[in-house]
Design a protein around this ligand. Structure first.
Ligand code: NAD
Length: 495
């Protein structure tokens, strides 16, 4: 069985120990390869390589950096099916969904090709007599990117194109559950002409993360994952003086007003609830139905669910397996909990027939009505194909419920009332809002991120905020003396 290793300074580098993790094909339920788990010395090797590469990459012209980003964009676009197949094998999502993930990542690469514009400073002439002020945007140095299993290509691509375009060097620590995509990307960046050491892949777990959080050569950390780990990464990284953005978990609600188009709502609830087996941080996990529409809406959703096919993502199904057996069992346990809490399981995804191996980590789409807000089914991030329905009596009750939640990643309102939608966008305490759009993932030139326990730190991913995160601003006040300079003056210049 092969063991994946690190990619450091432009080449594959073996681990210093034999510590490994298993990588599964979740549709087969089998270990397909292993991955090295870095020791501290391996993490240091990757960080040192990035540190050595930094001065020359920082001084590489914007023109040259732009060429590398364009070349990478072309290579990625021409070979994206290869990456999609790698994602499907190790994650389980369907091939079209994997391709969709790559396309969203590609958009960030395209955004990063506009680096010359994003890195412009500003200039003010004659702020005082003979004095000019201007600002510079400079890279930070070595940045660490730590990514989750659910988007092995897209989440790293939210960060590294912008970080590299801005002149930083990168150590990416992908999820140990699906580590191949990062290595594929590293090879393609090299092929695009990126100098060795600018992009490194460090395979591993907490040991690697902790070294990234404490090593003094690392200036900044971009993290995406569950809320407890995001909080830990933010608190540890900032305590060690690093700039940190840590995106956490989610529990996204869809508020459906009685005037909404219920067919559109039912389609949207299915797509956003069960796409990628619900393993998306922007998945809808709760439908808040403003009465009297709940019965009609549930029947429309349930009838569509009957037609969904579950199976191996390479075989043309709607939905694939969950990432591991442990995760599948945990998600499935929420169905038992719902029954114990007196909710009504309308569609039970356990024991579903699948198009694939019997040993895959399967759980079919599940719909649960009348979930009590006190139930853990409502309060926890389940991260699987389990859609809860809560019946509310008014717009205000729905908004209050959403705002009382601890997460604030995404939300959506479905209505034909423009005034209600406008009020919703003003009052709702959530970072990304859809109006008749169920998964409002911002395009690359806007920024991605939530509020409350969905984002620790004050800067989101990509867009203008991404360039701000990966640069430090310097402000220069300059005077070139001319013969008429005014002599000694101990006060601030006034004019
Ligand atoms: P996770 O928190 O288990 O892992 C994320 C990363 O942290 C991985 O690289 C992992 O190796 C590392 N890690 C795990 N345990 C650690 C520890 N104890 N100390 C240090 N590092 C550790 O998350 P996951 O299961 O891979 O991904 C799913 C989670 O990610 C969900 O909660 C989902 O909502 C969240 N997510 C959020 C967003 C967002 O944009 N807010 C996007 C994608 C996923």
């Amino acid at each position: 069985m092969s063991t994946l290793s690190h990619f450091i300074n432009g080449e594959l580098v073996s681990n210093s120990s034999s510590r490994v993790g298993n990588v599964y094909n979740p549709a087969l339920g089998e270990v397909v390869r292993q991955v090295s788990l870095a020791e501290v010395s391996d993490a240091q090797k990757a960080i040192n390589a990035a540190s050595v590469a930094f001065p020359s990459w920082r001084d590489t012209s914007l023109a040259k950096r732009t060429q590398v980003m364009f070349a990478f964009r072309e290579i990625l676009n021409a070979t994206k099916n290869e990456l999609a197949a790698i994602i499907t094998e190790e994650h389980g999502k369907t091939l079209p969904d994997a391709l969709g993930e790559v396309s969203r990542g590609l958009e960030v690469v395209e955004f990063a090709t506009g680096l010359a514009h994003q890195l412009k400073g500003s200039f003010s002439e004659s702020v005082s007599t003979g004095i000019d002020v201007y600002s510079l945007k400079q890279p930070l140095g070595v940045v660490g990117i730590i990514s989750p299993f659910n988007f092995p290509a897209m989440v790293p691509m939210w960060f590294f194109p912008v970080a590299i375009a801005a002149g930083n060097t990168v150590v990416l620590k992908p999820s140990e559950k699906n580590p191949s995509a990062a290595l594929w990307i590293a090879e393609k960046l090299k092929q695009a002409g990126l100098p060795d050491g600018v992009f490194n892949v460090l395979q591993g777990d907490k040991v690697a993360v902790d070294e990234l959080l404490s090593n003094p050569l690392v200036e900044a950390i971009s993290f995406v994952g569950s809320t407890p780990i995001a909080k830990y990464v933010y608190e540890t990284g900032t305590a060690n003086g690093k700039r940190v953005q840590a995106l956490g978990g989610a529990k996204n609600h869809m508020l459906v007003l009685p005037d909404a188009d219920l067919d559109l709502v039912a389609d949207s609830a299915i797509n956003a609830g069960f796409g990628s087996a619900g393993e998306r941080c922007m998945a809808i996990s709760v439908v808040l139905a403003v009465e009297p529409i709940a019965d009609e809406l549930i029947s429309k959703i349930a009838s569509r669910m009957a037609a969904l096919t579950v199976g191996d993502g390479t075989l043309g199904c709607d939905m694939g397996p969950l990432i591991t057996k442990e995760h599948r069992d945990k998600v499935s346990s929420y169905i038992d909990l719902a029954i114990a809490d007196k909710a009504e399981v309308v569609v039970d995804g356990r024991g579903i027939e699948v198009n694939g191996s019997a040993s895959g980590f399967w759980l079919g789409p599940t719909l649960i009505d009348k979930v009590p807000v006190t139930s853990k089914v409502y309060q926890d991030e389940i991260f699987g194909p389990v859609l809860s329905v809560i019946r509310v009596q008014s717009f205000a009750e729905g908004v209050e419920l959403i705002n009382a939640g601890k997460y604030g990643n995404g939300t959506a309102i479905f209505t034909n009332d423009g005034g209600a939608a406008r009020r919703f966008q003003n009052e709702i305490e959530v970072g990304m809002i859809g109006i008749n759009v169920p998964i409002p993932v911002p395009v690359s030139y806007y920024s991605f991120g939530g509020v409350k326990s969905s984002l620790f730190g004050d800067t989101k991913a990509h867009g203008v905020q991404g360039f701000n995160f990966f640069t430090k601003e310097k402000t220069v006040t300059s005077r070139w003396l001319d013969p008429s300079h005014g002599g000694i003056n101990l006060g601030f210049p006034q004019n």
